[in-house]
Ligand binder design. Structure first.
Ligand code: PLP
Ligand code: ZN
Length: 367
């Protein structure tokens, strides 16, 4: 049986429907042996992210995922501009709910279904809530989503359509998370959190496996937006497992992108800190990465440093011009995702460096 381990004090915990953090306040990881990836086994599964089922912490004979999947994963990897043949976009908004959060949500909700839960609660700046609501509907599990009253109306409409109950809160992203956590503890229900529940990262790590297959190897650098770090950590864990299984020779450099108006991780990185100090969100169009106090900051900073990566921050005017430039090349992305391209434009790449930019959210999701 799988277990959780506290990232702060090392205490182990059984995986139960109500366990989402350690008594000491630390966040939880899944206890794992060193990975032995069996690439040959991948062909025994459908061409979705479930191709990598055997790398995930489920019982090998578990079939729960088969009734939860909506065909997510295996998003296209495309050269953005023929003049720059080493720069690719991974079109990760080609997912059931139009953002990469489906990678994590489908795995997390599969685990929730295995645990037999009847209700979940989540908090989100929009896309994670949409993904959890969709997969909760698919699992016939009741769902409350806590979000800001300033969330894009289209994301709210999407969540409502799946039958989830919306709890609109007027407050900061941190106050919204606190309200959700209070309800989780009071109602004793499953916290389907993309931040706290490490099963989410078992889904986002498939981003790395797909790139490995599409490129027949690892790229040099990954541009990745970071708020709470679900794609940074997923990509890092995925490539790390490939590296430890001796399938690649190095883990790509992580170039992490924050909005200048809300950049606690960038500040911690520059100041040489191991944990990010909370900042005040000065307001940014990039709602999907506006996280002032990321709960997994220690792990995110470790991942970026261990890959010899760096942080880049993006100003508001750079976001909108990057969105227009992407649209000129045929890709209509949500505003937050434009920051990824703006980050690429600011990154001083080496000649012939192979770089991947994720297109995380679809344009029609934005205000
Ligand atoms: C969630 C999200 C992000 C940021 O992901 P984190 O897990 O908060 O780092 C970036 N872009 C889009 C479109 C998102 O939905
Ligand atoms: Zn602990």
């Amino acid at each position: 049986m799988e277990q959780f381990i506290c990232n702060r004090c090392g205490k182990k915990h059984d995986i139960t429907p109500n366990r989402w953090k350690c008594e000491c306040g630390g966040v939880l990881n899944i206890v794992k042996d060193s990975p032995k990836i069996d690439v040959a086994a991948w062909n025994n599964y459908p061409n979705t992210l479930w191709r990598y089922f055997e790398t995930m912490p489920f019982a090998k004979d578990s079939k729960t995922w088969e009734s939860v999947t909506m065909g997510e994963g295996q998003s296209p990897l495309i050269v953005l501009d023929p003049m720059e043949p080493n720069t690719y976009v991974k079109i990760d908004y080609m997912m059931p709910t139009l953002s990469f959060k489906d990678r994590g949500a489908v795995v997390l909700m599969t685990k929730a279904k295995e645990l037999g839960v009847s209700k979940v609660i989540a908090d989100s700046s929009g896309n994670a809530g949409t993904a959890i609501a969709a997969y909760a509907a698919r699992c016939n599990i009741a769902c409350d989503i806590y979000l800001s009253d300033e969330t894009s109306p289209k994301k709210i409409a999407q969540i409502k359509a799946h039958g989830a109950t919306i709890k609109e809160i007027h407050g900061t992203r941190e106050e919204i998370a606190a309200a959700a956590q209070k309800a989780v503890d009071a109602e004793k229900v499953f916290y389907a959190s993309h931040v706290y529940n490490p099963y989410f990262y078992e889904g986002t790590k498939t981003y790395a496996y797909e790139i490995y297959e599409q490129l027949k190897g690892a790229p040099d650098a990954l541009i990745i937006p970071v708020g709470n770090g679900t794609l940074v950590l997923g990509a890092y864990y995925g490539f790390k497992e490939l590296f430890e299984s001796k399938l690649i020779e190095k883990i790509p450099k992580i170039v992490a992108i924050q909005a200048a108006n809300c950049a606690p991780l960038m500040r911690a990185y520059e100041n040489g800190l191991e944990i990010a100090e909370p900042v005040t969100n000065k307001g940014t169009l990039a709602e999907g990465i506006a996280i002032a106090a990321p709960a997994r900051s220690r792990q995110i900073l470790e991942a970026v440093r261990e890959t010899n990566g760096l942080f880049i921050d993006i100003k508001e005017d750079e976001i909108l011009s990057a969105r227009a430039m992407l649209a000129d090349k045929g890709f209509y992305v949500e505003v937050t995702t434009a920051a990824n391209y703006a980050g690429y434009l600011k990154y001083k790449k080496a000649p012939d460096e192979k770089i991947i930019i994720p297109l995380c959210g679809a344009g029609i999701k934005s205000k």
